[in-house]
Design a protein around this ligand. Structure first.
Ligand SMILES: [Zn+2]
Length: 179
């Protein structure tokens, strides 16, 4: 078993044999894939892993040696962290730092808990909005909420990407704005 101290907590990106990004696993799991010849390392991270018989660079990106068929997951799970990540941790109404989740069409009036009806919001806007709709207040949404799309979201979710993965993930796809 590799002894993995250098980058505990970080992960490795797993690519299919076709270079399609699949998922993120622990560095330990990626190292086991490489040591068992189920994957080859295509990009190194930082540090060296030592096991009883081997030493290998910490894998940052590995590619499976055999193609695996994966069921396509079309929807990104709706979670608080994923909503904040999608909206760039900014309030959908005033663009200030967001700390709450707002249902655009209020839940109390039948609004759904779905990507299209949730936005990140600051506490002040959320409180002021109460159970009104933006239209009733004369407010405008900065952008229309939608489910995030793209490979990067499918693979990463709310996880921050390692810059070494950029070549394999189209990181321009998530509509998260820079400040
Ligand atoms: Zn606000």
């Amino acid at each position: 078993m590799p002894d993995i101290r250098p980058t505990a907590g970080s992960g490795a990106l797993v690519l299919n044999a076709t270079y399609e990004p699949l998922c993120v696993v622990s560095v330990r799991r990626a190292a086991i894939l490489v040591l068992s010849a189920k994957a080859v390392c295509v990009a190194d991270g930082e540090g060296i892993l030592h096991s009883a018989r081997n030493a290998l660079p910490v894998p940052s990106v590995v590619r499976l040696t055999r193609y695996v068929r994966v069921p396509y997951r079309a929807h990104v799970g709706l979670s608080r962290r994923a909503i904040f990540a999608r909206d760039g941790w900014r309030c959908a109404y005033c663009r200030g730092p967001a700390e709450t989740i707002d249902h655009v069409f209020p839940r109390s009036r039948g609004g759904r808990h779905a990507w299209e009806n949730v936005v990140a919001a600051c506490a002040r806007c959320n409180h002021t909005k109460g159970d009104k709709t933006p239209a009733e207040l004369g407010w405008r949404l900065h952008h229309l909420p939608a489910a995030p799309k793209g490979n990067a979201w499918r693979v990463l979710g709310h996880r921050a990407p390692d810059p070494r993965w950029a070549d394999w993930l189209d990181l321009r796809e998530p509509e998260v704005e820079a400040a």
